[in-house]
Write a protein that binds this ligand. Structure first.
Ligand code: NAD
Length: 441
């Protein structure tokens, strides 16, 4: 089979590379010339564990190609994926301009039957708009080439994207013809061999499934953060409560960890977009509005604790930050809680020294010289008045506290991810604050 993947970001690059890995001929397209030039040299635009080796292997085997030329990739392809960004517009709705521009481009170059698949997260009704754009472009050319549209939302998690793609919990595909279903079944067959299911449905349901999935996950996070905040007020320990409720099979243990709010390129924008879609159609997503509001507040929780600990006298303090990315194992800083925390600390007159295992370059791009970039986690601590654990990277989990204590000016830790043991830190002489547990010192 021959496929084109248009948009070579997190989703497009992982998708294209994983299809190449099972033997399919893939061309990844992007409008960003520099990104494509770099990829041709083996330089990846993102950090994703295991991806670099996989890209190199498949390029060397001649199965994976990178180009800015849509025409060559789309002609004679069996499937063309649209995997460009769908950022939030001013009103929160998904901005479809990139998706529709690609659809237009595909219509301008299509030369034989193909399935055009939206992999980008798009609202219900987008596949119909994609179809209309392609038909319009074909009509302009005076052509009437047959094609199908399909919706195949992506559920990969940054940081575990390759495994998620190769061994998916499920593959959701929305189709409106048997022919498209056959093509998509053939394409995904290599991934289904170990019992991973493919779920076919109508296109609007597939489009909605992605939003419902992300909205449910965001809801779990905000619910748990709300519970954590109440635990703290009432003297309950949210870690115990989490274990207590997680052992109920109907609730489950996953995704019920309290923290400092969700971020990243998906949950915030997808929750917003679903609220907006509902609003435009006369429905109020009450739960999701609360999910969003709890999350906005939660991003300030760690800063509020810092402020309380130092009785509002923050001017001149040096604060060390461990972790900048919105979650471990990625360099993605879109909507990261660290950005909100840093802004508040700087406004309050603190200086910030930060370290992240892979997001330093991305942070520097966003924050410039407003903060100091430490060379490792210990360097960040020198003369610090407090340490804020913002992202739970594995290397922060069991630090040498004797060294931590020697380097810091004041032994104060604010743990936004509940990775340390309150009793242990108290015994070591630290003032320790975390999420959802009253801490005395
Ligand atoms: P991204 O911003 O990392 O990448 C998008 C790429 O598309 C960029 O490289 C951009 O240059 C390119 N592009 C834009 N217009 C183009 C055009 N006309 N032709 C060719 N290339 C073009 O985005 P992403 O994180 O990969 O997300 C893509 C979509 O997938 C979004 O809808 C997102 O919601 C969804 N999604 C993302 C994730 C994730 O974890 N990042 C997971 C599931 C779904």
């Amino acid at each position: 089979m021959k496929i084109a993947v248009v948009g070579t970001g997190y989703v497009g690059l992982v998708t294209g590379t994983c299809f190449a890995e099972v033997g399919i001929d893939v061309t990844c397209i992007d409008i960003d010339q520099r990104k494509i030039d770099n990829l041709c040299q083996g330089v990846l635009p993102i950090y994703e564990p295991g991806l670099e080796e996989m890209v190199t292997r498949n390029v060397d085997k001649g199965r994976l190609h990178f180009s800015t030329e849509l025409a060559g990739a789309v002609q004679d392809c069996d499937v063309a994926f649209i995997a460009v960004g769908t950022p939030p517009g001013e009103d929160g709705s998904a901005d479809l301009q990139y998706v529709l521009a690609v659809a237009r481009g595909i219509g301008e170059h299509l030369s034989s039957y193909s399935v055009i698949v939206t992999k980008s997260t798009v609202p219900v009704g987008t596949a119909a708009k994609v179809r209309a754009e392609i038909e319009k472009a074909l009509a302009k050319r005076g052509e009437s080439i047959e094609f199908d549209v399909a919706s195949n939302p992506e559920f990969l998690k940054e940081g575990a994207a390759i495994d998620d793609f190769l061994k998916p919990d499920r593959i959701v595909v929305g189709v409106s013809s048997e022919r498209a279903e056959e093509v998509m079944t053939k394409l995904y067959k290599p991934f289904l061999l170990n019992g991973h299911p493919i779920i076919f449905m109508d296109i609007p349901s597939a489009e909605m499934t992605k939003y419902a999935a992300n909205a449910m996950l965001a809801t779990k996070i905000s619910f748990m953060n709300d519970v954590a905040n109440l635990c703290e007020i009432m003297g309950a320990d949210v870690n115990m409560v989490r274990r207590g409720i997680g052992s109920d099979a109907r609730i489950g243990t996953k995704f019920i960890y309290p923290g400092i709010g969700y971020g990243g390129s998906c949950f915030p924008k997808d929750v917003k977009a679903l609220i907006r879609t509902a609003h435009e159609n006369g429905y109020d997503m009450q739960v999701l509005r609360a999910v969003e509001s709890v999350n906005d507040d939660q991003k300030s929780v760690l800063f509020n604790k810092v402020s309380k600990h130092f009785s509002g006298k923050l001017k001149g303090l040096k604060i060390a930050l461990w972790g900048l990315s919105f979650k471990p194992k990625t360099d993605d800083m879109r909507e990261a809680p660290s950005l909100v925390i840093i802004e508040k600390l700087l406004v309050a007159g603190c200086t910030v020294s930060a370290y992240d295992p892979v997001a330093m370059k991305e942070a520097e791009h966003l924050l410039g010289s407003s903060i100091a970039y430490a060379k490792d986690e210990f360097d960040a601590l020198i003369d610090a008045d407090a340490l804020l654990v913002v992202t739970e990277w594995p290397e922060f989990r069991v630090p040498n506290f004797a060294v931590v204590s020697r380097l810091m000016k004041q032994k104060v830790i604010f743990d936004g991810r509940n990775i340390y043991d309150a009793r242990e830190l108290k015994e070591l002489g630290f003032a320790y604050h975390c999420i959802g547990i009253q801490t005395t010192h």
